[in-house]
Design a protein around this ligand. Structure first.
Ligand code: ZN
Length: 84
């Protein structure tokens, strides 16, 4: 199976590459483009072509290499993200 490619852009507040995803509740969420060992977000594409972010429970995330972190975890402008 090929790794799906998601559109990557630069965060407006810092130099990090991010992927804009939509949560299961329909809210926009920036996710680090680079997978992280402690990531807990699984990305997929829905039938509308949107990137969907799903939070993976820790016991299911163990050993996975394709999970990412929400960008506000380390964005220096995280306070601004949370207010939106
Ligand atoms: Zn940022």
């Amino acid at each position: 199976m090929n790794t799906p490619a998601y559109p990557i852009e630069k965060c407006r507040s810092c130099p990090t590459q991010i992927i804009w995803a939509v949560t299961e509740r329909g809210r926009d969420m920036p996710v680090d483009a680079e997978p992280a060992a402690n990531g807990n977000v699984a990305l997929s594409t829905n039938d509308k072509g949107q990137v969907v972010a799903r939070i993976v429970k820790p016991h299911l995330a163990f050993g996975r290499k394709d999970l990412r972190l929400p960008h506000f975890v380390r964005c220096p402008q995280a306070d601004r993200w949370r207010q939106r």
